[in-house]
Structures are given as structure tokens and as C-alpha cells.
Design a protein around this ligand. Sequence first.
Ligand code: GDP
Length: 197
Amino acid sequence: LSFNSARFLVSAPRLEDCPPDTGAEVAFAGRSNAGKSSALNAITAIGKLARTSKTPGRTRLINFFSLNREHTRLVDLPGYGYAKVSRDMKDDWQKHLGHYLNDRRCLRGLVLVMDIRHPLTDFDQMMVEWCEHNKLPLMILATKADKLKFGQAKNSMLDITRRLEAFTCVKHLIMFSSTSKRGVDECRAALINWLEG
Ligand code: GDP
């Protein structure tokens, strides 16, 4: 399995528009602006694979990318937490994402992308608890590590580790940077393990 040949497959506005629920996929979630699109680009080594468009309408879609193995996909879930979205849109978003997370049988794991400077927001906590409850393996990318001095980044990792101690769903916690590519190889290895396993 290689990530270099990843290609855009389809955008699904609703669950019915998702590709057939067969094979294996890993989904990426994160607060809007956490660095999810950049992380996906770094992992797949294809610039602009995950569009970094900030238009709510577009980023609300679930985007599917196919890898070089049949029925093997990476999934870009809509970013959470636009400052300006209305209550209705938030409800809509939750319903939409909830459907995907609850109904998708080929989902092998979730990658939660968080800014290492602002880890474990309420949304992140909610996702961790959801994974724990549903026994879904979770990988955490603490990204933008290049924005901190190494000692500070280490401290943040320790803090995250401590706060997640009780959660058995957390299989990988990776210090990450899309800019320096730190953590990319480790993340790819874990993804291959999940998708091929
Ligand atoms: P998304 O909304 O989660 O998809 O976030 P983006 O990937 O679009 O990134 C949000 C902003 O953070 C952009 O300005 C990126 O250039 C920046 N960014 C993302 N990842 C990194 C990183 O690892 N290091 C640095 N320095 N900036 C990053």
C-alpha cells in the first residue's frame, strides 16, 4: 500500500452519496484550522489533494480518496467549529458526521488532528469518547509541532498522554508537523497497519 498514488474519489454531501461500504477506510477528523488538510497532503505527498478551501459548503462534504489497493480509502471529514456557522448548521453537521461514524462498517480507525498548541478541545474530547465507546482505534496527530520549541512540544505531548491515560482506544499519539514532515512516516506505517490488517 502506498500513499503517493492517492487520488480524489468523490465528495459526499450525504451518507447515501458515499462510495459502497466495502473494503477498508480510515477517516480524518479535526477542528477547523487544526491542520487536517495539510496533514492529509503531507501523508499522501500530493499537493492540494485535500483542498484547503475554507468555504463552509465545500468543507462540509465528506471527501473520499482512493489508495492503490482496491476498496481502500482515506476519508476527509468536515472540519468542526466555524466561528460563524449557525446553530442549525452545527446540528446538521453533527447529524451528518454522526451518520457516517455510526453506520460506516468499513471504518477501521479514526485519525484526530489537533493543534499541538491547543490540544483536546471539547470537540476532540467528544471524538475520543465516541471512539472509546464504539471501540474504534484512534490515532492522534498533534500537529504544527514546528511552531513550538522541542521542549514545549514534548510537554504538550506529556500533557495529552496524561489526559488520555484512561482511554484504551488511543493506539497512536504522534508529534506531527506538515511543514517539517515530522511524524509522517510513523503515521503512514500505522495507517498501513490498519488498512491492510
Ligand atoms: P484544516 O482546516 O484543519 O484543514 O487546516 P489547514 O490544513 O488548512 O491548516 C490551517 C492553517 O495552519 C494553514 O494556514 C496552514 O498553512 C497551517 N498549518 C497546517 N499545518 C501546519 C504545520 O504543521 N505547521 C505550520 N507551521 N503550519 C501549519
